[in-house]
Design a protein around this ligand. Structure first.
Ligand code: ATP
Length: 209
């Protein structure tokens, strides 16, 4: 079972790592791949270069052999549509179980994703809920949940795609936006990201404005 945790990782921080570790404990992943996006279709381009974002991810996952970096989106030209990424992974993985990990907020916006209905044909969806989320999903997603939701995580390992699992992961109060703002203001960041990553950011003079 391969987990895909996509993000901008601009930069990677303790919230991302907490999620990756918590999910690795909760589910029997063979691999959990952190997948940095290239040209995000739904938001402003990243501030740091591809090489810097990958460099920081490499430092962050050192010593964690079950975490890998998947570079297919940053090596591809054009907008990063998740459906294309999953199709490319599916080609490579045959009928191996593939689990796309997304936050509840992203899930609520899923119907705006390119060819979103194909996503569940290509992968399972693992939706991370934070305690006390407030946004409610629209009708199309209620229907998706009625058809595909499972409380039995072993279903995810047992087949290639097609199930939706909601998992509660407790929040770590940090975002890349906050990390960038703290670097720009030359404030302490030691509680937000691994020491090796903050050293890299300082050496490369990233996020200064
Ligand atoms: P930004 O502040 O630039 O929007 P971000 O901190 O949200 O960035 P992303 O790389 O865009 O980071 O996030 C990738 C994924 O990680 C998303 O699914 C997001 O919900 C999740 N995530 C980000 N921060 C946290 C956190 N503190 N706790 C749990 N999940 C998080």
């Amino acid at each position: 079972m391969i987990g895909i945790f996509g993000g901008t990782f601009d930069p990677v921080h303790n919230g991302h790592l907490h999620v990756a570790k918590a999910l690795s404990k909760a589910l029997p992943f063979d691999e959990l791949r952190l997948l940095p996006c290239g040209e995000p279709a739904h938001r402003a381009p990243p501030k740091a270069s591809v090489d810097d974002r990958i460099g920081m991810l490499q430092l962050a996952i050192e010593g964690m052999p079950s975490l890998l970096i998947d570079e297919r989106e940053v090596r591809r030209q054009g907008p990063s549509y998740m459906v294309d990424t999953l199709a490319s992974l599916r080609k490579e993985l045959g009928d191996e179980s593939l689990v796309l990990i997304i936050g509840w907020d992203a899930f609520v916006g899923l119907p705006r994703w390119h060819r979103w209905q194909q996503i569940i044909e290509l992968a399972h969806l693992l939706v991370m809920q934070r305690p006390g989320h407030s946004v409610e999903p629209g009708g199309e997603l209620v229907q998706l949940l009625q058809q595909h939701q499972t409380d039995d995580v072993s279903e995810l390992a047992g087949r290639a795609s097609g199930s939706v699992s909601l998992q509660t992961v407790d929040a770590v109060d940090v975002s890349s936006t906050e990390v960038r703002a703290r670097f720009a203001a030359k404030e302490d960041v030691s509680d937000l990201l691994p020491v090796a990553v903050s050293a890299y950011i300082k050496e490369q003079h990233l996020y200064l404005s």
